[in-house]
Design a protein around this ligand. Structure first.
Ligand code: GCU
Length: 452
């Protein structure tokens, strides 16, 4: 799984935290003692070498929110744009929204379903993304919203027969551990694909809590293959292609989330200042970059985004930069390749990208068996961004130590490591909805008149 592994990394991988997170139902760190103080000290030293997000490029310290806002934030945004994610274009001038479906009696009357084609060039048959939105009927007025890209098409997140089946290229295969892709024929979805990904998208539950759900298919933006450029929205911007800081796939997905946000700001049922951006795995990486680059997102939820997402590289645990750049060469810009094998000595790290989200609420979630994502490294990144939240007078994480498995800690930053594999589960959503209740303050759904 991790090619080109060094002897040192093998030692770290096998002796350090993985065994404890995989097996523990008690304290995630309880097995640390078993691996010896020396190794733990190495990790501590690496953490101590983590660059300070509050230190300007010229070495001076950021001591005020004003300096952060006007200078340091820009330095970091430039750094990550240039070295890792690449340039992104802004909102396309000719973009149009076409609402092609409204059903005010969707899901047995629980919701209003809307589907919108967002045409990036304004041409009906040109490059576009279909946005699916459910708003809860039992709450009047604008509602807070959870927006996220999905992996296998809008039709896959719910069995609702009114959802348009995507006609885009789809991945197929018999062995997908998350969804049954047997209904995909010749890389196209069929009726049999409806609802195959529903377990990760508890739409009714989210609606019942007073939130809208909005989603679009990642494949509408980028096919997610190494040679997928020509079928990606990236091809709309050839001037951003042949360069070290090229528009990358992760950036294209993040850009698409911002375009969805452009639409949401026009919809009267959406409380546009209360939109959380959510993503799992590679789409969690994209959600973080969307939150980092677009301050309109009021909250960011990263579900097991791992390497190139929330985890710190410098611990040298889990998936590394070389693997990201080799297996998924399209995800980040070409400049990022110069950091292959430099994980532990990087001049920057992911906590500095997370800092771009501060002081907005940020939830980072890990899964114990998701060792490639280095759960503890995700926690350490959340901890390392804390000083930036404090600069704003916000308590980030209300703990200094890695919490027990299946225990959520929530301040301005939320975190949990749940038991089990890489996935999105009900446990994850329980925490996200509680965190959103604190920070996005939905109005409670009205009881039906027949209810007490
Ligand atoms: C691979 C990849 C991860 C990524 C994951 C996913 O496992 O190595 O970085 O998060 O795919 O997106 O499912």
């Amino acid at each position: 799984m991790f090619p080109k592994i060094t002897l040192y990394r093998l030692i770290v991988l096998f002796l350090l935290p993985f065994p404890c997170v995989v097996s523990s139902t008690t304290h995630a760190c309880s097995l640390r003692s078993a691996v010896g103080d020396k190794k733990v000290n190495n990790l501590t030293m690496m953490m101590e070498s983590a660059p300070d997000p509050l230190r300007m490029n010229d070495g001076s310290e950021v001591t005020s929110v004003t300096v952060w806002r006007t200078q340091r934030r820009k330095e970091l945004l430039d750094l990550f744009t240039r070295e890792m994610y690449g340039q992104s274009p802004g909102r396309p001038r000719k973009m149009t929204f076409h609402v092609f479906d409204i059903d005010s009696n969707a899901l047995g009357g629980l919701a209003t379903r809307k589907q919108i084609t967002i045409s990036f060039t304004g041409e009906p048959t040109g490059p576009h993304m279909d946005l699916l939105i459910y708003t809860p009927n039992r709450v009047k007025g604008p509602v807070p919203t959870i927006l996220g890209l999905n992996f296998w098409g809008n039709h896959a997140i719910h069995s609702d027969p009114g959802i348009r089946i995507s006609s885009r290229w789809m991945e197929s295969g018999d062995n997908n551990p998350y969804v049954d892709l047997s209904g995909v024929k010749d890389h196209r979805a069929t009726e049999a694909c409806r609802g195959i990904n529903a377990s990760q998208w508890p739409v009714e539950r989210i609606l019942a809590r007073g939130y809208a759900v909005a989603t679009a298919y990642r494949g509408d933006l980028d096919p997610d293959t190494a040679d997928g450029y020509k079928d990606s929205v990236r091809a709309l911007y050839p001037q951003l292609h042949a360069r070290g800081d090229n528009f990358s796939t992760i950036a294209a997905w993040a850009w698409g989330l911002s375009r969805a946000m452009d639409y949401l700001t026009t919809d009267r049922r959406i409380a546009a200042k209360h939109v959380a951006v959510f993503g799992w795995s590679r789409l969690g990486k994209a959600a973080l970059w969307a939150g980092a680059t677009d301050p309109r997102f009021a909250m960011v939820i990263s579900n097991e985004s791992g390497a190139g997402g929330a985890k710190l590289f410098r611990r040298g645990v889990g998936e590394n930069i070389r693997r990201l750049n080799t297996v998924f060469p399209h995800w980040y810009c070409s400049n990022f390749r110069k950091y292959n094998d430099l994980d532990t000595t990087l001049p920057f790290d992911q906590h500095m990208m997370l800092a771009l989200i501060a002081p907005r609420p940020l939830y980072i979630a890990s899964a114990a068996q998701d060792t490639g994502a280095d759960p503890e490294g995700e926690f350490e990144a959340a901890r390392a961004v804390e000083p930036v939240y404090r600069l704003f007078g916000v308590t980030g994480l209300p703990t200094e130590t890695w919490p027990p498995v299946n225990h959520s800690v929530q301040g301005g930053i939320g975190y949990h490591v749940r038991s089990g594999r890489h996935d999105v589960t009900d446990f994850d959503w329980t925490q996200y909805l509680a965190f959103a209740d604190t920070h996005l303050a939905p109005r409670r759904p009205q009881p039906r008149s027949s209810e007490p």
